[in-house]
Write a protein that binds this ligand. Structure first.
Ligand SMILES: [Zn+2]
Length: 216
């Protein structure tokens, strides 16, 4: 597909918010992709011209570009100048980051939460940037294992911290809808670097915080 996500208008729309008001309204026109969806509808035995489906190819094109917009984003531009010198030496953690991605095997959603933590080594990043980093990699065709690694690697690269820990827990519609797995099974993946990998106390602190039930 062409890459409308590299167009300035849509890029700024995608950057503006994690959840834009309405993806259908995105300033995107990808006739090639829409034609493909029209063909897909016909192959499924549908009539792409009927009223309910008339605008579907255009909507699907917009949705797919939005859901894969991470390809056109870099960690550097998301983090920007939000790096700060700081002597804080304890764990920084953002829990329960909403995550929506597409499995690369079926192009069906998987969704859940990411818990991200690091121990700074002289600098910290603005807290709001951690969910954005998650989004950069979630908004691609993914497998959960690689997504988890990429989030950890990005934080490692940008902050050079003493350690990084990432846990992702997600439900995969490709398993649930196709009847492959029980409806409530969750897939949990983790990526540990630096002291999170090498120091058992740090690792345990992180994992117990990641899996703890919060009272708030
Ligand atoms: Zn799948």
């Amino acid at each position: 597909m062409s890459s409308p996500a590299s167009q300035p208008a849509i890029r700024s729309a995608l950057h503006a918010s994690i959840h834009p008001v309405d993806v259908d309204e995105l300033p995107l026109d990808d006739a090639g992709y829409a034609a493909l969806v029209r063909q897909q509808l016909a192959l499924l035995g549908e009539d792409p011209e009927r009223e309910g489906l008339a605008r579907t190819p255009d909507r699907v094109a917009k949705a797919m570009h939005f859901l894969t917009a991470g390809y056109a984003m870099t960690v550097e531009e998301i983090v920007g100048s939000a790096l700060f010198e700081e002597e804080h030496e304890n764990m920084v953690m953002v829990r329960d980051i909403e995550l929506y991605s597409l499995c690369e095997h079926h192009m069906l959603p998987f969704f859940g939460r990411a818990h991200v933590a690091y121990i700074p080594d002289g600098r910290i990043v603005g807290l709001s940037k951690l969910p954005r980093i998650v989004d950069i990699f979630a908004r691609r065709l993914q497998v959960q294992e690689r997504l988890t690694e990429q989030i950890a690697e990005a934080i490692d690269d940008v902050l050079s911290p003493l350690g990084v820990g990432v846990v992702v827990e997600a439900y995969h519609l490709c398993m649930m809808m196709r009847g492959v797995e029980k409806q409530n099974s969750r897939t949990i993946t983790s990526a540990l670097r630096g002291v999170f990998r090498d120091d058992s106390r740090t690792r345990e602190e992180f994992l117990s915080l990641a899996h703890a039930k919060l009272a708030v």
